[in-house]
Design a protein around this ligand. Structure first.
Ligand SMILES: Nc1ncnc2c1ncn2[C@@H]1O[C@H](COP(=O)(O)OP(=O)(O)OP(=O)(O)O)[C@@H](O)[C@H]1O
Ligand SMILES: [Mg+2]
Length: 300
């Protein structure tokens, strides 16, 4: 299926590629020649490699913690992901990059249970979680999805927002105790605990979004575009927090990042997703060094 018929907001109408109107560059860095999303998709499809499950397993150290197996998923009757497989080991991080509309967010939605799974399976630590609801994913399977903005209640204080993050806990006191642990860890947030969430800066808000997901003490973090809309120093702060969560708290992280350079520098594993299929898989460093990936996603 072509993305162009379903995406219209920010992709423009440059069907011929190379048009200079209504088109937008991709990734960070300097982009001399801006090409359209359709053209990126076409060129990315052309560099797709044959990927074996053995290769995905090897990238996950042959000890996958999260496995997606031949997943076909989408919205309503529409299939967006076509036979997607993914492997990530415990305490590893994986970054999905790819053109707008490729289905990156849909992969995270599928893991969390936000969309329809037509066939295939998802396992975590060997347990089949394919059919669990989002609440079950969070409370039982230890998966948290870090939503942008929408998870925050602007009219509540920072601490109330954190308590709400523990709404699935049986005892409210447990959520409060977790919130205190989080305040100890992030003084920046603690200093604002009585402030309404709506007055936070963009970076503080992102910190609250991440922290809110941590109240349930998840093992797997699904993070969609952590750097979006943030100025560079806040982007670095967010990646430092994610680094700490992976390396010091042992979280497994699956992220989508438009800033492909940042995402691939951060992640152990990188996948390029194109038109609902995994086109390239490698270590983050391999993808950073891949000239084709560089040309299309890293700003030349
Ligand atoms: N809730 C939805 N209902 C119907 N179709 C959807 C829904 N969300 C996404 N889609 C469609 O699924 C396809 C993949 O979208 P998705 O958001 O996963 O792409 P993406 O790779 O995350 O793109 P972007 O880089 O723009 O965030 C698109 O064609 C999109 O229009
Ligand atoms: Mg997306």
């Amino acid at each position: 299926m072509s993305d162009s018929d379903t995406r219209d907001s920010n992709t423009g109408d440059s069907k011929n590629g190379g048009s200079e109107k209504n088109i937008r560059g991709y990734g960070g860095g300097d982009v001399d020649a801006v090409i359209s999303v359709e053209e990126v998709t076409r060129q990315a499809a052309a560099i797709a490699e044959d990927i074996s499950i053995d290769q995905l397993d090897a990238l996950a150290g042959n000890e996958a913690f999260v496995s997606i197996n031949n997943l076909h998923a989408g919205y309503g009757q529409m299939e967006i992901l076509h036979d997607v497989s993914l492997r990530v080991g415990k305490r590893q991080s994986l970054c999905l990059i790819g053109p707008n509309g490729a289905g990156k967010s849909t992969v995270l939605h599928a893991i969390f249970g936000f969309n329809n799974i037509f066939s295939g399976s998802i396992t975590i630590g060997g347990a089949d979680v394919t059919k669990l609801s989002p609440n079950e994913k969070l409370a039982q399977a230890g998966i948290a999805y870090i939503l942008q903005d929408k998870s925050i209640f602007p009219g509540m204080t920072v601490e109330e927002n954190l308590w709400m993050g523990g709404f699935l806990k049986e005892q409210p006191a447990e959520a409060k105790a977790e919130a205190e642990r989080i305040f100890d860890k992030y003084p920046r947030l603690a200093a604002r605990r009585k402030h309404l969430a709506k007055v936070l800066s963009g970076g503080e808000r992102r910190l609250l979004e991440i922290s809110r997901a941590l109240v349930m003490n998840p093992e797997v973090l699904l993070v969609d575009e952590p750097s979006i809309g943030l100025e560079p120093r806040f982007i670095d702060m967010v990646f430092e927090i994610l680094h700490d969560l992976q390396h010091n708290e042992g979280k497994t992280i699956i992220m989508v990042e438009q800033n492909a350079k940042k995402g691939l520098e951060f992640a152990d594993i990188g996948y390029v997703l194109v038109s609902g299929e995994v086109a390239i898989a490698g270590s983050g460093n391999e993808l950073l060094a891949n000239p084709k990936v560089g040309e299309l996603f890293l700003g030349g």
